[in-house]
Ligand binder design. Structure first.
Ligand code: MN
Length: 279
């Protein structure tokens, strides 16, 4: 699958003065385009090649995850904005009042999360499987889909989102964004299913594969650690786990770590603490 820049649902200057055309040219026209180009370079010949974007986001790691999630997050972000100031539908208000106490409290908590997020990232309003709403801070390319939560709304708090228009004033950018949020779209998302069903099997398979690989890597490291020889730093005698120290009561095959305290060097009589791994 070749990804292309999706059309913006409004003109490039439509969000002015809150978000300038110049910011859109860089943020949408260059940053998002670069993530799309990177993703197109990374996935050919991998299991991600024909996977829906959500599937890649929830199952990939490293550069594939970073670029796929940045594509998903940005498209979602730009689609959450509208040049027409929208009133918040009652249905969404009811959810916010139930889960945050009031719409104002929700906005305050969201703002606090956006301002305090360290470094680059995204602040989300997301819905859990029981229907409850949560404010989620994610660093870098983080996306609530990876936690099984459905994204409803997001603010991009990477510096590239606000530096041209607001310089270092992230809080001013966040405050300015409220009037750009398309609350109709956010409300619509409440009733939509989690957009990852298609790839659930892939996700599980991938998770299992990762778990297996991790367990194997750990076992190998453990085996290597078990076979580590230790040298007595006072006399130079070497403890080899293959041979153990049968005369000292240590059976062959005993890793150094499992030798009981109280055991002493058969050559010079010092304790375990005088041994160090042989290099
Ligand atoms: Mn961005």
């Amino acid at each position: 699958m070749i990804y292309t820049l999706p059309p913006l649902p409004y003109a490039w200057d439509a969000l002015e003065p809150r978000i300038s055309q110049e910011t859109i040219e860089y943020h949408y026209g260059k940053h998002l385009q670069t993530y799309i180009d990177n993703l197109n370079d990374l996935i050919p010949g991998t299991p991600y090649e024909d996977m829906p974007l959500e599937g890649i986001v929830v199952s990939a790691s490293g550069p594939v995850f970073n670029n796929a999630a940045q594509v998903w997050n940005h498209v979602f972000f730009f689609n959450t904005l509208s040049p027409a100031k929208k009133d918040m539908p009652l249905e969404l208000k009811d959810y916010l009042i139930r889960d945050f106490g009031s719409v104002e409290t929700f906005k305050e908590e969201f703002r606090k999360a956006a301002v305090s997020l360290f470094g680059s990232g995204w602040v989300w309003l997301a819905q859990d499987p029981e229907g409850r709403l949560h404010i989620i801070k994610e660093s870098n390319a983080g996306n609530p889909l990876c936690r099984g939560l459905k994204p409803l709304m997001v603010m991009d708090v990477w510096e590239h989102a606000y530096y041209i228009d607001y310089r270092n004033r992230r809080a001013a950018f966040v405050d300015s964004c409220w009037d750009l949020i398309d609350w109709d779209i956010v409300t619509q998302r409440l009733d939509e299913p989690l957009p990852v069903e298609v790839s659930e099997t892939v996700v599980i398979a991938e998770a299992d594969r990762d778990a297996v690989t991790e367990a194997m890597a750990e076992a190998i490291i453990e085996d290597e650690a078990d076979m580590q020889r230790y040298v007595c730093i006072t006399c130079g005698w070497v403890y080899d786990p293959v041979e153990g120290d049968p005369e000292g009561g240590i059976a062959p095959g005993t890793p150094f770590s499992e030798i009981p305290e109280g055991w002493t060097c058969p050559a010079c009589g010092v304790g375990k603490e005088y041994f160090e791994p042989e290099r």
